[in-house]
Design a protein around this ligand. Structure first.
Ligand code: BG6
Length: 489
């Protein structure tokens, strides 16, 4: 089915329309949907922000953002169609009485209202109150929430409760942008459309799994936000646990939001708790110190602008996660993520079990096990490491390690790489929740993360230092080496 069929006309209301996320991601994503002809012709985009601007000024700002953040050349005809949808509303989003103004701006009639909260979560409740005050919420409307949803289980419940007073769960779309990434979605296809993997995806065939999400950026001027969060709350609680749950979940009965989210939830709930009793053995936290990236000197975390010199916030985390169920008992999932690592590089490596017996001893004494690498970004692709005979007459069985490499760039050369927000935005417009995170999932992920954070606080230890531009503290190597394994570099 064409993704536009069945899409009703919408009023897409972006709260925080002049903020960083909206400028870099949301408006460019909507423009790209326009290019693809995937927005209902009657839909409008209403930018809401504190600043006073005329519509013409708003359009000029939007155009500048598109020029800055859309890689392709902006098409004049499409741009005209896109800007014709734009509306701007200045609003003090904390003032319930001010929302009457918004009411006057929004179209009357049958449009579905999509409220995108691209503001700090602290004001989600205020926005809901304002919308309710101006009678701007109906059962037809949708609300989209950005992470972070809270900084703990308790605070996430407060935010979710505030929103749930007015929006039901089936109207609520919680974004984890990793779920919109092509390669993350491809995990479902790899696992459930290939019997080779479907039938070998458990403790009988898999030895362990590594998930690495490395970034070379530091905290990008976000000291205040980041120092409160740290890498555990910023990346593990959401993005890495989402990847883990897609890898570990049982086959869903179908692709519906209900089935996929129920299975992901079970996987997160089956994670073995990490607490004060085992935190030292199962986790490593690090903080980058001064170092070099691509030959350029970069400051350590405590020397970033605005830094609190005594901060114990982690910028790197490695965890040995275990899942307590029939499928995964005894199969560790090693998670690793950090800022200021040598390169931006995210991948999943599934290590299959070794052969029980080696009949090729004469040419290869230590047969390596098969490895499936899923490159999430950049250079998206899938690679299967296998053993192969070296052709030739001289020796009968000369074998070597080789790989089957499916590089998306080479295979799908004509395809533009779609940004996660384009897909997620389209799914919201089409009313499909399967790529969004349910409240239960958010809470289960917080419950697991909170216990680790509590244990770290109880030890009161500083994170281990690592030089910017390195792969993290040495103890992250020991974390996996203790199990006689090593990180794939
Ligand atoms: C965000 C985090 O959710 O994800 C950032 O807040 C991080 O700290 C970013 O840099 C990474 O996203 P991506 O798509 O660049 O891997």
């Amino acid at each position: 089915m064409n993704k536009l069929e069945g899409q009703s006309a919408s009023e897409i209301v972006i709260f925080g329309a002049l903020g960083d996320l909206s400028r870099r991601k949301l408006l460019p994503a909507l423009y790209q949907l326009e290019v693809c002809g995937l927005i209902n012709e009657k839909s409008r985009i209403v930018g809401v922000a504190r600043q006073q601007h005329s519509l013409e000024e708003f359009k000029t700002i939007v155009l500048k953002n598109l020029n800055d953040f859309v890689k392709e050349t902006i098409d004049e005809v499409i741009l005209a169609r896109f800007t014709a949808r734009l509306v701007y509303q200045q609003l003090d989003m904390k003032q319930a009485s001010a929302y009457k103004k918004l009411s006057a701006t929004l179209a009357k009639g049958n449009s579905t209202r999509v409220y995108y909260f691209s503001t700090p979560p602290a004001i989600y409740g205020d926005i809901c109150d304002g919308l309710n005050h101006a009678k701007l919420i109906s059962d037809n409307d949708r609300v989209v929430m950005e992470k972070p949803i809270g900084h703990s289980l308790e605070s996430s419940k407060v935010i979710n409760d505030q929103v749930a007073r007015f929006f039901k769960e089936n109207q609520t779309y919680r974004i984890d942008h990793y779920l919109g990434k092509e390669t993350v979605l491809n995990l479902l296809v790899l696992r459930f459309a290939n019997s080779l993997f479907t039938n070998n995806w458990d403790r009988n065939s898999i030895d362990h799994v590594q998930i690495t999400v490395a970034e070379c950026v530091g905290i990008e001027g976000r000291w205040g936000f980041y120092d409160e969060a740290g890498q555990m709350r910023d990346m593990i609680q959401n993005h890495l646990l989402q990847i883990l749950s897609l890898l570990a979940m049982e086959p869903p009965a179908d692709l519906s939001a209900e089935c996929i989210r129920a299975e992901k939830l079970k996987a997160v709930k089956a994670l073995c708790p990490i607490d004060r009793s085992n935190v030292k053995e199962k986790t490593v936290r690090g903080q980058y110190a001064d170092g070099y990236l691509n030959g350029v000197e970069v400051p350590g975390y405590l020397n970033e602008e605005g830094a609190n010199k005594g901060s114990k916030t982690e910028t790197f985390v490695a965890i040995k996660a275990e899942i307590d169920n029939w499928r995964w008992s005894g199969v560790p999932f090693y998670l690793r993520t950090g800022k200021r690592m040598p390169k931006k590089h995210s991948e999943i490596v599934v290590h299959f079990k070794e052969q029980p017996h080696n009949i090729f001893k004469d040419s290869y004494s230590d047969l390596p096990a098969n490895k499936l690498t899923i490159r999430l970004q950049p250079d998206e692709g899938v690679e299967l490491q296998m053993m192969n005979k070296i052709p030739g007459i001289a020796s009968q069985m000369n074998i070597q390690e080789n790989k089957l490499d499916l590089s998306f760039n080479d295979t799908y050369q004509d395809q533009r790489v779609i940004d996660a927000y384009e897909r997620l935005m389209l799914e919201v417009l089409n009313g499909n929740q399967s790529l969004f995170v349910s409240r239960d999932e958010v809470e289960a992920a917080w419950a697991w993360a909170d216990s680790i954070i509590d244990a770290w606080q109880a030890t009161n230890e500083k994170p281990k230092s690592y030089a910017a531009g390195s792969w993290g503290p040495v103890s992250s190597i020991s974390l996996i080496a203790r199990d006689d394994r090593q990180w794939v570099e």
